[in-house]
Ligand binder design. Structure first.
Ligand SMILES: Nc1ncnc2c1ncn2[C@@H]1O[C@H](COP(=O)(O)OP(=O)(O)OP(=O)(O)O)[C@@H](O)[C@H]1O
Ligand SMILES: [Mg+2]
Length: 338
């Protein structure tokens, strides 16, 4: 079985990532930021991408949009690999694929009024030519994200963090995208306004039937917003599952540890959690075999020898772990942490 099994039963995929690799630096010891990752996203689906800092989430998001060129593998949009797209075709495609950044402060030009920021997005893609049509569209966009048309004449510093993130969302929506990468869109916001932006994203997704890759550290938000989840560790996929299955019955020891470390662990899960200890190894020299084995409480000698394939353990639920004995009884973990 190979890693592609996890995507071949996804019907109507809008985006397919196949055996994607992104190595930074050349020579013998590059940073293996993304190392043979495959997944697909259905039209209208929100796919969560979770994993600790440095696991390669942002690199995947940027590579999928071709903001960063891949080292190897494929990114297909409606079945076609976008690597082969001409500059002109890529420019057209860019209007269909948008990104919402983590930091609403840094991603908006402080010297531009909101009307100019949104107007620039429209004109880059040749939409709504003419001042009247443009202004009408800008007013509509502001209303879509819960702001008022008169906000168009203001500068970014005149808004709160949550409002600025709404402007970031409005800018992404300006070009009527089909697919949005939201890269930690909440992490720069106060907890009190995170909920507003989450609800905004959930609402827009329904109304505009957006397809979304949602990158987050926050497992609660992922559980709320995502249809399926990909769990990443050191540039590799550990587990892929429908959201409910992942949270109810995490199969991979890494996912189990991540859930246990979540600030609000599920009260229904047994408390015999295995805490994550130790640092993530360097992506320049990842461990042989299973990359998680150096932190895994269940590792055995065999784990150092082969890269575990992503295997389907339940319908649509894939895990890359050779310890099937654990997988058949995932709740019988005994804590090894002190
Ligand atoms: N431009 C770059 N040059 C060299 N290494 C890079 C570059 N961008 C990312 N990396 C490395 O690639 C790995 C993955 O980084 P990435 O930013 O994708 O992780 P992440 O999962 O998004 O982390 P975080 O949760 O902190 O945002 C890290 O080891 C990082 O240091
Ligand atoms: Mg990141």
């Amino acid at each position: 079985m190979n890693t592609l099994d996890a995507i071949d039963d996804i019907d109507e995929p809008l985006i397919e990532v196949r055996n994607l690799r992104k190595y930074f630096g050349s020579g013998k010891r590059p940073v293996r930021a993304v190392d043979d990752v495959s997944f697909a996203i259905r039209k209208g689906e929100t796919l969560g991408l979770v994993g600790e800092s440095g696991s390669g989430k942002s690199t995947i998001g940027r590579t999928v949009l071709r903001l960063v060129e891949r080292t190897d593998g494929e990114v297909r949009y409606r079945g076609e690999d976008i690597a082969g797209f001409s500059a002109e075709r890529m420019r057209k495609l860019r209007s269909k694929l948008q990104i919402i950044f983590q930091d609403p402060y840094a991603s908006l030009n402080p010297k531009m009024r909101i009307s100019a920021i949104l107007g620039e997005a429209l004109s880059t893609h040749g939409l709504h030519k003419g001042a009247a049509a443009r202004d009408k569209r800008i007013a509509e966009l502001l209303e879509t994200v819960g702001l008022r048309p008169e906000h168009a004449s203001r500068f970014p510093h005149e808004f709160s963090g949550g409002q600025r993130q709404r402007i970031g969302v409005a800018r992404a929506l300006a070009v009527e995208p089909e697919f949005i990468v939201a890269d930690e869109p909440l992490s720069a916001l106060d907890v009190s306004i995170q909920a507003q932006v989450i609800n905004l994203l959930a609402d827009l997704r329904e109304r505009l039937s957006l397809t979304m890759l949602f990158i987050s550290h926050d497992l609660d938000v992922v559980e709320y917003l995502c249809d399926r989840v990909v769990v990443l560790y050191l540039g590799k996929v550990m587990e892929v599952a429908p959201t409910a299955a992942l949270f109810e019955r995490p199969l991979h020891p890494y996912t189990q540890a991540l859930l246990a470390a979540s600030p609000k662990p599920d009260p229904l899960l047994p408390t015999a959690h295995v805490a994550l200890t130790g640092d993530i190894p360097s992506p320049i020299a990842p461990p042989s075999g299973c990359v998680f084995r150096t932190r895994c409480p269940h590792a055995i000698a065999l784990c150092a020898q082969t890269v575990p394939p992503l295997e389907e353990r339940a319908p649509g639920h894939f895990s890359a772990c050779i310890r099937e004995d654990l997988i058949s009884a995932p709740m019988n973990l005994t804590s090894t942490s002190t």
